[in-house]
Write a protein that binds this ligand. Structure first.
Ligand code: SF4
Ligand code: SF4
Length: 440
């Protein structure tokens, strides 16, 4: 197929149909993955093999399918790593060389380029078309928006094409993301541009934080990966609390805003029973109530910003006006000590002025510096905090402890225990008769 493609591309082979049928790998096991109602990545690769107008891409897709089928047959993976990068960068490309490249030559080198998406994933269609055109010129045509890392994943370039592809998209302002032990590509929710729950300027936070660490994205030199994620409200659409080392989540500290006319209209439409069953009784702290005149009342001091009621009646219930962010450190998936949620390190921070933004950058620098010095190899920030203790971590980054930092505030009573045994003994003696009667 590879040779035939060369002939086709040089104009010596004129019949593309014939070329497509030549040497097409059988894929009986992969074909099974196309069964069922869900979209199949195999169908996508087959479309590239059978329908793309560029014979080079047909050939790569064909050999990729061939190698994958071979892997399924033999139950072995045949990709090995290596070192591939572009000038001035130490990361951003995941090298993949095939160990069975002689049998599947068109996909012999199949590197992935990680490219940082715009904040909030706001693209123009023109930008997307240009990216796709560049990738079809230099790569396999396979691309994912977005991989688990948050990057645009351009999957399947050979070594010689990585530099020209990067140069072309870099001209349009795109940059490689992180790969390896470095600051990784940041992510932010779509935020204020399209969402009424937004309590922060997610995209500004995202850009300011990640731009400050551009060197640490491009040149892996940290104990392990470090991720920033920004969500505009406690709905946390970016899963920042469990998927990032530095989670920034928008919130408010004054009272929730209630449009009682909208509340009445909703209650009239749905009925009181529906509202009680679906909103009032589902509030985790029982702090929202339904009044006799079909209005809502919220005990704001006990609202834990779970967002449930606001999500159900977004026309009536809104975040307050005194907005800011909460910062949580150390969230991550599995690795050494299992999944961890981030720990609150800054309960509330205003982000209105340029000085406020400088403060959040300074905090991130403190944390990364401390972790770079004290983290073990392959140890995420959350694991380091677990190992050295939150108190030592806070001292290291110069942040005062705060009761809001306890991981389960509703389970901690804050009852002073000094003198407790003495009081218990007195109570027992005062009630001795009753207690002994009950015991017998
Ligand atoms: Fe909207 Fe909040 Fe989700 Fe951001 S996290 S998109 S502000 S609901
Ligand atoms: Fe209750 Fe959650 Fe609504 Fe707060 S946001 S009032 S905790 S349901």
């Amino acid at each position: 197929m590879w040779m035939l493609n060369r002939l086709y591309e040089s104009g010596l082979w004129m019949d593309k149909e014939e070329l497509m049928m030549a040497d097409q790998h059988d894929t009986p096991m992969l074909d099974e993955l196309e069964n069922g109602p869900w979209p199949s990545f195999i169908t996508g690769i087959k479309n590239l093999r059978d329908q793309h107008e560029k014979p080079g891409i047909n050939a790569v897709a064909n050999d990729l399918l061939g190698q994958l089928e071979h892997s399924y047959e033999t139950r072995k993976g045949y990709w090995k790593g290596g070192t591939v990068s572009v000038f001035g960068y130490g990361g951003g490309i995941i090298p993949r060389f095939s160990e069975v490249g002689d049998e599947f030559p068109a996909s012999r080198e199949f590197h992935t380029l990680r490219v940082q998406p715009p904040a909030g994933n706001h693209y123009t269609t023109d930008a997307l078309r240009k990216l796709a055109d560049s990738w079809e010129k230099y790569g396999s045509g396979l691309v994912t928006f977005h991989g688990q890392t948050g990057n645009i994943m351009f999957i399947g370039a050979d070594t010689k094409n990585t530099q020209p592809f990067f140069d072309e998209i870099n001209e349009d302002g795109w940059d490689l993301g992180g790969a390896g032990p470095c600051v990784r590509t940041a992510m932010s929710c779509m935020g204020a541009a399209r969402c009424e729950m937004s309590c922060a300027n997610e995209h500004k936070i995202h850009r300011i934080l990640i731009n400050n660490f551009t060197d640490d994205v491009h040149r892996p030199a940290l104990p392990y990966k470090f991720k920033f994620k920004v969500s505009g409200c406690p709905n946390d659409c970016q899963n920042s609390i469990e998927r990032s080392d530095f989670a920034v989540i928008g919130t408010w500290r004054d009272d929730m805003k209630i449009d009682q006319d909208e509340a009445k209209a909703y209650i009239k439409e749905k009925g009181r029973k529906h509202v009680i069953d679906n909103i009032i009784s589902r509030c985790p702290t029982h702090c929202i109530s339904l009044q006799d005149d079909d209005t809502f009342e919220v005990d704001n001091r006990n609202c834990v910003r779970c967002m449930h009621c606001l999500n159900v009646v977004p026309k009536a219930l809104h975040p307050g006006d005194d907005k800011g962010v909460t910062i949580l450190i150390g969230g991550k998936r599995t690795l050494k000590i299992g999944d961890q949620m981030g720990t609150v390190v800054v309960p509330f921070m205003k982000l209105d002025t340029e000085e406020d933004y400088e403060k959040i950058v300074e905090l991130s620098e403190e944390i990364i510096d401390f972790w770079a010095e004290n983290g073990l190899e392959h140890e995420r920030t959350g694991e380091m905090i677990e190992r050295i203790g939150l108190v030592n971590f806070l001292e290291g980054i110069g942040v005062e402890p705060d009761p809001n930092m306890v991981s389960s505030p509703r389970h901690v009573s804050y009852v002073r225990m000094d003198g407790w045994d003495e009081e218990a003994r007195k109570w027992f003696l005062n009630n001795a008769g009753d207690n002994l009667a009950a015991a017998s």
